[in-house]
Design a protein around this ligand. Structure first.
Ligand SMILES: C[S@@+](CC[C@H](N)C(=O)[O-])C[C@H]1O[C@@H](n2cnc3c(N)ncnc32)[C@H](O)[C@@H]1O
Length: 247
């Protein structure tokens, strides 16, 4: 088969001849990328560690992420948890540590132990600045180091909707809870939520059924009803057990 005149040209010549097309394409790609990554919301919809690192690591994106709605959310969770007056508290998937700071600010006395864990180093760096007295650990919640410590309050807010094995995550949270303690979990109401950055969706009934085997004691609604706040008492007789939950 005869070769086309283009194919017969040396490679370097062929590349140079295409440059006038390649440069606008590269410009277009960079413009698209800038636009696409212009908001923290666009970045976090990727639901990757890299995306959270980038948001937590940038003052501009973090300011957007920590908008008035999210700060109000921390306030509402902290206000509901403060009456428990936990002496030992852990936040799993703590992000920037704001929730623990809001909680500690509302407690009558400084807790004995405050721990935050997140797999994002940039989040943990922010958290250390928020509350230097806390113990902040970079780590995967599925690979926590063997812990002697048990906590009166185990927090896990806006995390379970992001993880691939939520049932295993709940077992881990319950394992961190001291006898008589509480686990507080929040997720968006799956009846309303369809955000692409989430991989799990529970409406209130589904969340009740999902958490019942783990000692669910109740579900509150916060953020005008958009967020479900579930309370577990994994090691208490008073916990609602699956058989006592109306189907
Ligand atoms: C939507 S953010 C919520 C952060 C914080 N709890 C809050 O309420 O603002 C989800 C967090 O979960 C963390 N995360 C997700 N998967 C994790 C894992 N396997 N181990 C530890 N942290 C994880 C992310 O880094 C991110 O900080």
């Amino acid at each position: 088969m005869p070769r086309s005149p283009e194919a017969a040209r040396p490679l370097a010549v062929r590349i140079v001849r295409r440059l006038p097309y390649a440069i606008p394409a590269a410009d277009w790609f960079h413009a698209w990328r800038r636009e696409h990554e212009r908001s923290a919301r666009n970045l976090t919809r990727k639901n990757t560690l890299r995306a959270y690192n980038r948001v937590y690591g940038s003052d501009r994106w973090l300011a957007e992420y920590l908008g008035p709605e999210r700060l109000k959310f921390y306030e509402q969770v902290a206000e509901r948890c403060a009456p428990l007056a936990p002496r030992r508290v852990i936040d799993v998937g703590c992000g920037t540590g704001h929730l623990l700071r809001f909680l500690v600010d509302r407690l009558p006395a400084n807790p004995e132990l405050v721990v935050g864990i997140d797999h994002s180093p940039a989040g943990i760096q922010r958290a250390r600045a928020q509350l230097p007295a806390g113990h902040w650990l970079v780590g995967d919640l599925y690979r926590l180091p063997p812990e002697e410590d048990r906590f009166d309050l185990v927090l896990c807010t806006e995390v379970l909707e992001h993880v691939r094995e939520p049932a295993r995550a709940v077992e881990i949270l319950c394992g961190l809870c001291a006898p008589g303690g509480r686990v507080a979990i929040t997720v968006p109401d799956g009846a309303e939520d369809s955000w692409p950055g989430h991989v799990n969706f529970w409406d209130e009934d589904e969340l009740r059924a999902f958490l019942a085997p783990h000692g669910l004691v109740g579900i509150d609604r916060i953020q005008g009803g958009a967020v479900l706040l579930a309370w577990l008492a994994p090691e208490q007789e008073t916990a609602i057990r699956p058989e006592s939950i109306a189907q």
